[in-house]
Design a protein around this ligand. Structure first.
Ligand code: ADE
Ligand code: ZN
Length: 349
């Protein structure tokens, strides 16, 4: 009998699990400590006196109340070095949690609106990504998100700004305030992005109805749905997502913090898996929601009583759903499966 009890062993299993993260907003990984440091360095006033005050202010009623804090926090980011430090801090944390591959959202419009050049943002992020690859062998991609509370014309202008950097951006996405901003408004922009060779993803069905998920699929030609938890309200949509194995990048702690579900115990992740959907676990905005990918895995395992097979399936789904090449996916999936076999020998005996 192993000396670890059952809880400890499943926690150890989660910590060691090779992971891919597919839904992380880099601006949402800005921890209050770095926010203060950058505010001081850049001479930007913050409406908080201490890190503790910032953390205490992170009690949200819905997506919009979070977004107000998130855009305010991002205002401390001005220089290439700031974006580098932001991204490197996330990557270091992700590496410590066995993230082998990550696909990172960034919101250029949040920065260009404040006079920060698109290229400044991209260069800072890329420098961190390259260093993570060299240091930990971690692979990564960037996904440019359009802010849906702004106009389709503004999104198109941002796409044009991105074109010279086409090779450095894997996909475009759609984020920010969902209600009242249906995906169909951005059809032309996404058509153009597809024409230019970008893959597409979109936040849909986080707060918005299943109709928004349908629109993301039919109008924006997305390869994945970000969140998508409200799909279960529409059986025909569930069939469609299952038959095509369209991935959902689910963010459990985020959904509780933003009141999509009252408690983690009420989260529908297990139902999504039981419906045969390709669901994955991700952190969304870890500095604001109380945890990175590992804390999300640990939280749902406990709240929903997930078994090793569920956790293995979630990790597999993330590698399958990633934008890695078929060869890279196959290699990482072998590594994942070997880990699961060896972990069950060492922690279940
Ligand atoms: N931007 C950052 N986090 C987001 C979320 N959870 N939904 C929509 N937009 C976001
Ligand atoms: Zn998100």
């Amino acid at each position: 009998m192993n000396h670890m009890n059952d809880t400890t062993s499943i926690e150890a299993f989660i910590r060691g699990l090779p992971k891919a993260e597919l839904h992380i907003h880099i601006e949402g990984s800005l921890e209050p400590e770095l926010m203060f440091e950058l505010a001081k360095r850049n001479d930007i006033a913050l409406p908080f006196a201490t890190v503790e005050e910032v953390r205490n202010a992170y009690a949200f009623n819905d997506l919009q109340s979070f977004l107000d804090a998130y855009y305010q926090g991002a205002a401390v980011l001005l220089h290439e070095q700031d974006f580098y430090e932001l991204a490197f801090a996330y990557l270091e944390k992700a590496a410590s949690q066995n993230v082998y591959h990550t696909e990172i959202f960034f919101d250029p419009q949040t920065h260009t609106a404040r006079g920060v050049a698109f290229e400044t943002v991209l260069r800072g992020l890329r420098r961190a990504l390259d260093e993570a690859e060299r240091t930990w062998g971690m692979s990564s991609e960037l996904i440019l998100c359009f802010l849906r509370h702004l106009s389709a014309e503004a999104a198109m202008a941002t796409l044009k700004e991105a074109l010279p950097f086409r090779g450095q951006i894997a996909a475009v996405g759609l984020d920010s305030s969902e209600m009242g901003h249906p995906p169909s408004r951005f059809r032309r922009v996404f058509d153009e992005a597809c024409k230019q060779g970008f893959r597409t993803v979109a936040h849909a069905g986080e707060e918005g109805p299943p109709a928004y998920i349908w629109e993301a699929l039919t109008d924006l030609h997305v390869s994945r749905i970000d969140h998508g938890v409200r799909c279960l309200e529409d059986p025909a949509l569930v069939d469609h997502l299952r038959e095509r194995q369209i991935p959902l990048t689910v963010c459990p702690l985020s959904n509780v913090k933003l009141r999509v579900f009252d408690r983690l115990e009420d989260h529908n992740l297990k139902k999504l898996l039981d419906a045969g959907l390709c669901a994955t676990v991700n952190s969304d905005d870890p500095a604001y929601f109380g945890g990175y990918i590992e804390e999300n895995f640990l939280g749902v395992q406990k709240a929903l009583n997930l078994e090793r097979a569920d956790l293995h399936g979630l990790a597999r789904n993330a590698f399958e759903a990633s934008f890695l090449t078929a060869d890279a996916k196959a290699k990482l999936l072998v590594e994942l499966d070997e880990y699961v076999v060896s972990a069950s020998v060492t922690t279940m005996s």
